[in-house]
Design a protein around this ligand. Structure first.
Ligand code: MRU
Length: 358
């Protein structure tokens, strides 16, 4: 996608000795990139959410393994890299998926051969993510075209940021929206703010860069807009899809799914293979990240001069709970949109689509 008309990805290698990322903690107020040079840099980028979004977390972790093997690629260095990165964030299964893939490949190679192979594999994971998101866009477009034929103009609601910033490019939930907009469909996006980290503001920034009409809403406005028939479809991404089709995504997703069900509005979840956890039987087995309470207590923004600024809205001693994700039961999901096409959120459908996992 483009930033100020320049085609840009979220992550790219620099001469196979560093990795450049977009620092998402500075957005939407400032666009800046950062260089990751070490395993510690990569782990910090994931933990602090300089990079975020399930697919991008996985790709960054893969590059983190390559960075870690710069000085030594012996088995201890490999094991240390995998262990360090694995605990950075718990919910997005793309992290574990990417690390497992790196470990399988690299541990089968002798020391001395692993570093170049790690850079190649991380780049392959990034390219696959690019291609899978492009395909999710194509498959989701077909669903949106059907809806647009009925209603002319389309109003789509999304939650959090499941756009190109959350992947290598295109995004998951936003890929069909970009494809629809580029294909001439009259589309408008309701963007929920997504407290407390406000990833909806990243979505608004992305959509503005591409010229897609959108409106930011407070999270609490979503149910009312859906009930008032101002939403033709809800499309969100996922951090983990369990084998039975239950979906973990940014906290607040479940409420939108309930509202959509109550009003007969389609609720789509766009996710690539790397987000499906066949080893996790149902949503009950998905670990939900509990984040620092200061994310609720302190609001970040810019002051009137545009300088970064914090406002404390709750005292440090105020007890808060900050679960970062929730689980939407499969029966509330109209369809999953994968790179292999749409499918019902069921065990049978997922197994049919990904037969190689049976
Ligand atoms: O905490 P975040 O910002 O990493 O959470 C991101 C989400 O919940 C996204 O919706 C999800 O990862 C899908 S990204 C294509």
């Amino acid at each position: 996608m483009k930033v100020n008309t320049v085609p840009t990805r979220t992550i790219w290698p620099v001469e196979n000795c560093a990795v450049r990322i977009i620092d998402q903690t500075a957005l939407p107020h400032a666009f800046r990139t950062l260089e990751l040079k070490t395993l510690a840099d990569a782990a910090h980028a994931i933990r602090s959410m300089q990079v975020r979004g399930a697919p991008l977390i996985g790709v960054t972790a893969a590059y983190g393994v390559a960075l870690a093997l710069a000085d030594s690629d012996n088995s201890e260095a490999l094991a240390d890299a995998i262990a360090t990165l694995a605990v950075t964030r718990p919910t997005a299964v793309n992290l574990r998926w990417a690390l497992d893939r790196m470990q399988r490949l690299l541990s089968a190679l002798p020391a001395g051969m692993r570093t170049d192979a790690a850079w190649r594999e991380a780049a392959a994971i990034a390219e696959e993510d690019f291609e899978q998101c492009r395909k999710i866009g194509e498959h989701g477009l077909a669903l949106l075209q059907e809806l647009a034929e009925k209603s002319g103009r389309l109003d789509v609601m999304t939650h959090c940021n499941a756009g190109w910033l959350a992947t290598v490019d295109y995004g998951t939930a936003l890929a069909p929206i970009y494809a629809a907009f580029d294909g001439g469909i009259d589309i408008h996006v309701w963007v929920s703010e997504t407290r407390p980290r406000n990833q909806g503001l990243l979505t608004a920034w992305e959509l503005a860069q591409h010229g897609v009409p959108h409106t930011v809403i407070a999270d609490n406005a979503a149910g009312w807009l859906i009930a008032r028939e101002e939403v033709d479809a809800v499309i969100v991404g996922a951090d983990r899809v369990a084998a039975n089709g239950d979906v973990a995504n940014k906290v607040g997703t479940y409420l939108k799914a309930l509202a959509a069900k109550a009003s007969g509005v389609p609720f789509y979840v766009a996710a690539p293979r790397s987000t499906i956890d066949f080893a996790c039987a149902s949503g009950a087995g998905i670990p939900i990240e509990e984040r620092d309470g200061d994310e609720l207590r302190v609001i970040h923004g810019v002051d009137n001069d545009g300088s970064p600024s914090n406002v404390r809205q709750l005292a440090a001693a105020e007890p808060v709970a900050n679960p970062a994700f929730d689980v939407t039961p499969a029966e509330l999901v109209t369809a999953l949109i994968t790179e292999r096409g749409p499918c019902p959120a069921t065990h049978e459908a997922l197994n049919t689509l990904y037969r190689e996992n049976m």
